[in-house]
Design a protein around this ligand. Structure first.
Ligand SMILES: [Cu+2]
Length: 156
């Protein structure tokens, strides 16, 4: 009586093992491999550029009649040199860094461009560009505040 029971248990054990193995393999194929391939390989120089670019949201930027708001307004970056950009709000009004609809862009490494919500006075928004790009952006509450970033390959 005890023999069939134990062989039955043995059979269940084998089936459980096969199911477990199959689950493991499909997890590996469905999730682990795509995760490995998701982020492109990017050089150390681009991931950790020596310089960063600072763009100020200057005092009075919320005033439509004031000419300057994002300073500097046009920025040219070179990958591996100064491809990290920091926007600092030195104004007394919250602003946003919002991608223009006519220049769609998503960095393969850093993802979507633009601040999540507002950048409050004294706060910063930072973005690491890792590929060539031409990005126009504006401030959502004050659409006359506009800026442009052009990212090029470094020429050595
Ligand atoms: Cu604004």
């Amino acid at each position: 009586m005890s023999k069939p029971t134990s062989s039955h248990a043995y059979g269940i054990g084998i089936i459980a093992m096969i199911v477990g193995l199959a689950a493991g393999i499909s997890y590996y194929q469905l999730y682990y491999i795509p995760e490995l391939n998701a982020k492109p390989k990017i050089s150390e120089e681009i991931l950790n550029p020596e310089e960063e670019i600072l763009i100020n949201m200057i005092k009075g930027a919320a005033n439509k009649d004031q000419q300057d708001n994002f300073v500097p307004k046009l920025v040219n970056l070179q990958l591996g040199i100064d491809n990290r950009v920091v926007w600092e709000n030195i104004d007394e009004t919250p602003h946003t860094v919002t991608l223009d609809a006519n220049t769609p862009f998503e960095d393969k490494y850093s993802g979507k461009f633009g601040s999540l919500g507002v950048v409050k006075p004294g706060e910063k928004y930072e973005f690491l560009f890792t590929q060539k790009a031409e990005v126009g952006y504006h401030c959502e509450p004050h659409p006359w505040m506009t800026g442009k970033i052009i990212v090029k390959e470094a020429r050595f």
